[in-house]
Design a protein around this ligand. Structure first.
Ligand code: MTE
Ligand code: LUZ
Ligand code: MOS
Length: 750
């Protein structure tokens, strides 16, 4: 089935937040901030701005009727800074006026005076000063102290990895309007409608039942709207409530880039120990996470970094520590992979450094240590249905790794200006929210008396195709054509208490709830059919309900009408909670994931050693989809995730100056992959696996894992650089921008 949104997207008919027809009298709002990343507020002068004609109001912290608090995991984040400013771009108040233009004009007239405080942007520096979001976490397995003595090689190093701008095409926004009796309707571009609802309730001092949050779709989220869509919706709701008017907010790209958090930068120290036969015996790692100015989702992201610190490798002795460090940057947040990719980057760097010092290929070490059934991850989950070796072997078989290596060698021997590099990138990603409590979902299905069906779930469509998958589930169970089924918006009145659509689990959780609802309805319909046909086996297909002996048949539409006339309920609301999973934080052991997603990629790159530029020649992937329920949608996720990962590792460079001001604050200074920089060739093969029961229709979650194939981009480039400049000591410092590549190509170590 093609993506059900494809046609409307192409025609420009899909409705995003800014396309919602405006109610007359709608006001616009715009937050303002001070030109500092850390300061004590002395005075906020809004007089001149307030007097501008067209300005309706300017709200500050003191105007908030409820709590000035929007923190999701920890209550450490005000909606508006009242006394201290903790990052450049932190909202101090909200301007409301008749147009966005007039709000911008007013913003220029606001004068904020403050005392400067010291700005810290480096996580290691913050950790030394004990500026922490939460206490450190430590995952342990085996006995690391003893293990070092069994190692023939011990290699140490440091790896740095920068953040990433989400660059959803649709910037953050919301549109709120008052309803009867002090209730509010809020259209929001969010992955987490319930978080929006709950936070508005807190800030406006209202019960949650007075707030209806509605989400049609997002023009991309990528984690950037898991938590950080909330504050904009709260602002619009606050103004709508105070002024009793419809109020809209839609961030300018440069405000969005400046004011929102990004993927977390990490700085990590590692030590890896191997035997002569290249078995990794011991791995010690300390991660310093750059959390930014408040917690946001950082503690959960920190946790996933630890979960994925050993990627797809079995290591018997591990000690992994992670510090969440509070700095004067915008609070960093969820981004596809959720801390997992950062954990994986460090182990891959450790393997590459070990390979270089031992004198073998990194893929010799990678291959010798892939996880297998019965192996235990440092967090206690014992591996079942491992596909790490399987995907590696299939990848090797299909794409002939030896030939690729040989080709690269021959090329490099006969070329001076251009050098090629390659990397193999295995992945292993755990599926489930690591916070067990969040792994549940609900679905609501109505069959109308004309036989048409409408579905609501907690899943948010953000381009990943979850609605298409949900539609497939319903049409297959009912045996009806897709035209008969419609996916409704995600709405907190229809589906309550949702987890955000995140952790790649949107289709699994909401799909399973939908399956339950549809099957319940189907069983009711079977009873109606049986009352007509007698007790025979009944099948639903091609809009017909028939007995298997083909003697009786009734159309779906006729059966529904019959059921309606017999006063059978044609509506169902179902709930699903992932079984099996559990986790004990006091022991740092458990079984947090429903299953893991595996795969292996081979990336090839050509570096221009005169310019430092590079082009990816090819990325060849064998991916474990389980039994993919929609190969077009899933392949799209692989391509998108891969390119987003390559972008992060290569050209996307977030830069803050020493004062904590974002320098890369526009698309002219922050470069993302375009059609010219994507790999010339991307080949995706499906690994033949059965797929786990806990995946919807045994079709594994696909949203986040492929981003991590992109990690190989860094190491492929490094390989090419090494071939040009073999003696240089190279740091691990992603992204590997052309500037950094050029410096490394001509680096001379004494
Ligand atoms: N694909 C598109 N086109 N747009 C997005 O915003 N977000 C990614 C991934 N793929 C995203 C996407 C992220 S971060 C997640 S967690 C999953 O989709 C969420 O959707 P799912 O749980 O339905 O896979
Ligand atoms: N969000 C979350 C996530 O709250 N918990 C998770 O484990 C997670 N994992 C990936 C992406 N978002
Ligand atoms: Mo995705 S980072 O779980 O929104």
């Amino acid at each position: 089935m093609i993506n059900i949104d494809a046609l409307n997207h192409v025609k420009g008919k899909s409705i995003y937040l800014d396309d919602i027809p405006e109610i007359s009298g709608t006001l616009y709002c715009l937050p303002f901030y001070a030109e500092t990343a850390h300061g004590r507020i002395k005075d906020v002068n809004i007089q001149a701005a307030k007097q501008l004609s067209g300005i309706s109001a300017i709200f500050l912290a003191e105007d908030i009727p409820g709590a000035n608090q929007i923190g999701g995991i920890i209550p450490d984040e005000p909606l508006f800074a009242a006394n201290e400013i903790h990052y450049w771009g932190q909202p101090i108040g909200l301007i409301v006026g008749v147009s966005e233009h007039i709000c911008r004009k007013a913003r220029k007239l606001i004068r904020i005076s403050f005392d400067e405080l010291p700005v810290i942007t480096c996580p290691r520096e913050a950790q030394k000063l004990n500026h922490l979001i939460v206490p450190p976490r430590k995952f342990k397995i085996g006995q690391i102290d003893k293990a070092w003595s069994e190692c023939d090689y011990i290699i140490e190093g440091t790896a740095d990895i920068n953040g990433q701008e989400h660059l959803y095409i649709e910037t953050q926004g919301a549109y709120a309007w008052p309803k009867e009796g002090g209730s509010l309707y809020v259209a929001s571009s969010t992955q987490g409608p319930t978080a929006v609802q709950r936070t508005i309730a807190t800030v406006l001092n209202l019960p949650m039942h007075k707030i209806e949050v509605n989400v049609v779709r997002l023009g991309g989220g990528f984690g950037g709207k898991e938590d950080q869509a909330t504050m904009w919706a709260v602002m619009a709701a606050l103004a709508a409530q105070k002024l009793n008017k419809p109020v809209k907010i839609s961030l300018h790209r440069m405000d969005d880039m400046c004011m929102t958090g990004k993927r977390h930068p990490y700085s990590s120290d590692f030590r890896i120990g191997l035997t002569k036969s290249l078995k990794i015996m011991a791995y010690e790692v300390i991660h310093y996470q750059n959390a930014g100015a408040s917690a946001d989702l950082s503690p959960a992201i920190l946790e996933r970094t630890l979960f994925h610190s050993t990627n797809a490798y079995y290591i018997p002795n591990v000690e992994a520590t992670a510090w969440s460090c509070k700095t004067n940057l915008p609070p960093n947040t969820a981004f596809r992979g959720f801390g997992g990719p950062q954990g994986k980057f460090v182990i891959e760097a450790a393997i590459v450094k070990a390979a270089e010092s031992i004198g073998v290929n990194p893929d010799d070490i990678q291959k010798a240590n892939l996880v297998d059934n019965g192996d235990e991850f440092p967090y206690g989950q014992v591996i079942e249905n491992a596909e790490a070796k399987h995907s590696w072997e299939e990848c090797d078989l299909a794409f002939k790794l030896d030939e690729i290596k040989h080709k690269v060698e021959i090329f490099n021997d006969s070329n001076i200006r251009y050098k090629k590099g390659y990397a193999v990138q295995p992945i292993c990603f755990g599926i489930s929210f690591t916070n067990t409590m969040m792994n549940h979902a609900r679905a609501l299905v109505h069959i109308y008396q004309d036989g048409s069906v409408v579905i609501s779930t907690g899943a948010v469509e953000m381009g990943q195709g979850v609605n298409t998958k949900l539609l497939q589930i319903a049409t297959e169970i009912f045996g009806i054509s897709p035209e008969k089924v419609r996916l409704e918006s995600t709405n907190t009145l229809r589906i309550a208490n949702t987890s955000p659509t995140a952790a790649s689990a949107g289709a699994d959780l909401n799909g399973k709830a939908l399956e339950i609802a549809c099957n319940t309805l189907k069983n009711r319909l079977i009873q109606v059919a049986e009352s007509n046909f007698g007790n025979k086996e009944i099948i639903f297909c091609h809009d017909q309900i028939k007995t298997t002996d083909n003697k009786n048949q009734i159309s779906w539409t006729a059966l529904i009408l019959l059921a309606f006339q017999q006063r059978v309920s044609l509506s169902e609301h179902a709930h699903y909670a992932t079984p099996v999973i559990h986790y004990d934080k006091t022991k740092e052991k458990g079984h947090p994931f429903a299953y893991h997603v595996y795969g292996t990629a081979i990336l090839e790159v050509t570096v221009d050693c005169l310019k430092g530029t590079y082009q990816f020649d090819s990325v060849k992937i064998v991916h474990d989809f389980g039994n993919s329920m929609n190969t077009d949608v899933d392949n799209g996720q692989i391509e998108g995730g891969l390119v987003q990962g390559i972008g992060w590792m290569t050209m996307e460079e977030i830069l803050y100056n020493e004062k904590g001001k974002l320098i890369s604050n526009a698309l002219s200074t922050y470069k993302v992959p375009d059609i010219y920089s994507v790999p010339k060739e991307i080949i995706i093969r499906h690994l033949e696996t059965i797929g786990p029961e806990l995946a919807i229709k045994k079709s594994k979650a696909v949203g986040e894992p492929p981003l991590m194939y992109g990690l190989g981009a860094y190491f492929a480039i490094r390989k090419a650089v090494k071939s040009f400049n073999p003696l240089a000591h190279l740091a691990f410092d992603a992204p590997y921008t052309p500037e950094k590549v050029l410096m490394d190509l001509y680096r001379r170590n004494k």
